[in-house]
Design a protein around this ligand. Structure first.
Ligand SMILES: Nc1ncnc2c1ncn2[C@@H]1O[C@H](COP(=O)(O)OP(=O)(O)OP(=O)(O)O)[C@@H](O)[C@H]1O
Ligand SMILES: Nc1ncnc2c1ncn2[C@@H]1O[C@H](COP(=O)(O)OP(=O)(O)OP(=O)(O)O)[C@@H](O)[C@H]1O
Ligand SMILES: [Mg+2]
Ligand SMILES: [Mg+2]
Lengths: 254, 254
């Protein structure tokens, strides 16, 4: 099953969720492929790949016909594999502009390798642009991470509406798997009100498991580690373990 | 003076800084224009414009030759004016792709109205794409908001290097005015270490004033208010007042 991690709003935990959900699924024994489509290469850096060792990356696969199977690399985490990103992705929109079927290049490439994996997670730059559109077309479903702040809630409505419209137009059956609440901080009344608002509006489409603010999640990438390597007993590690269990349940119901 | 608020990393406080720095400068008696170039229209929503009342917006000015002077609207804040954004900006890259001098359209448009303002601040989507490039070309300087987390620090190095290279290539004198530390949280050692690291690396190019995490800054946009209208005695309001003073000092030294 292929899942795109999408949002319109920046800094809501797309990378943190891709890396740690992926690692939690691998810890359960699944074989997982992470595809980094963001030119910042945050997922790649979070897994310890040096900025100078990013090639061959998803940019080479999409722009230079590099064989996708050769772009897959193992990580230190058993069962977790990675296709890195690189800054070359910044020219994706310009270079693929005139190419026919430009929205489904990733879908065609991934179809060659996905049989070997139980789950594929795609970390995207902010929606919309060609990279997240490719991810959406290549995926069976998508997850929208959201921080319970006013500016991010506006973004959730927006991305779900645009993604569904786009899939209809391009004839893709990709559906919302769920909205994942991240950086939840119950110290303030406003946060509680915002969480309630999102749950009332999106109902069962919001994951039951919430990821609370936990600074260890922000520290782990500096060491090139997932939260399970960096601080396995932290609340952040526990939250992503539970999120992975709910993810598998929801996937089974697709 | 025209300033672009830029970052490669998402969710680092570009919108929060545009709105509240703008409002603080207006409170000091300056006439300020905010230009919203992000298709999320976060700055517009933060100032109370309804999502259904965004037109005419910066998209109409850039894509439909709408007269820029007529797109300027007053806000409830004395001395603070706004050009809204709209979702039409999502097609900027595609529609302006073949247009010659596409990087300097905003510069040409803004030059007609900037004499009437002391300061212009431009809120951008994540760098790089055509909107932030237009903002950079139109600006005298740029500010990079940064959260003292590993993933955001990587982004600061990245955006400064790309912006400087781009300005050289396109012959624009735009310079870095400063890196503004936002969502600083001194409860953890890692944050202190990250702040130190940014200050050591960027030295005097980092604003002395830091914006600490203050949930009132995240709540104000829900009410369509700046922090000075919503909670003028909050630490967030005080921090942006001081940042505005340092901004004026740095601007004077340009
Ligand atoms: N639950 C959490 N608690 C504390 N910090 C978090 C949490 N989740 C993410 N972070 C931190 O918040 C910042 C934003 O998260 P992240 O980079 O994963 O978001 P993103 O949506 O991928 O951002 P971008 O839009 O730049 O791709 C990062 O510095 C990350 O380390
Ligand atoms: N100092 C602060 N303390 C607490 N919350 C903050 C602070 N600054 C910004 N926020 C909140 O953090 C979130 C990210 O900030 P903001 O939206 O301004 O970032 P951005 O860089 O404009 O994001 P995007 O990449 O989506 O444009 C918002 O929900 C905002 O309300
Ligand atoms: Mg990311
Ligand atoms: Mg913004």
């Amino acid at each position: 099953m292929i899942t795109a991690i999408l949002s319109r709003k920046g800094g809501v935990g797309k990378t943190t969720t891709s890396v740690n959900l992926g690692a939690a699924l691998a810890a359960q024994g699944y074989k997982v492929l992470l595809v980094d489509l963001d030119s910042q290469a945050s997922t790649s850096l979070s897994l310890g790949v040096s900025r100078w060792a990013l090639a061959p990356s998803s940019a080479d696969v999409l722009l230079n016909s590099y064989p996708i199977a050769d772009a897959i690399r193992a990580t230190r985490v058993m069962g977790l594999y990675l296709i890195t990103a690189s800054t070359d992705l910044t020219s994706l929109d310009r270079e693929l502009g005139p190419v026919p079927r430009r929205e489904s290049l990733l879908k065609e490439e991934l179809s060659e390798v996905t049989d070997g994996f139980d789950f594929v997670l795609i970390d995207c730059p902010a929606f919309p642009s060609l990279a997240p559109v490719n991810a959406l077309m290549a995926s069976d479903c998508y997850i929208v991470p959201a921080v319970p702040h006013f500016l991010a809630i506006e973004g959730v409505r927006n991305v779900c509406a645009s993604a569904d419209r786009l899939c209809e137009r391009l004839g893709s059956p990709t559906r919302l798997l769920g909205v994942a609440l991240t950086m939840v901080d119950y110290r303030t009344r406003a946060s509680r009100v915002n969480v309630q608002q999102i749950r009332q509006e999106f109902e069962e489409r919001v994951f039951a498991i919430e990821i609370r603010t936990n600074i260890r999640l922000a520290e782990a990438p500096a060491h090139g580690q997932t939260i399970f390597e960096f601080d396995p007993k932290s609340p952040g590690a526990e939250a992503y373990r539970l999120l992975a269990e709910e993810f598998v349940l929801r996937a089974g119901l697709m």
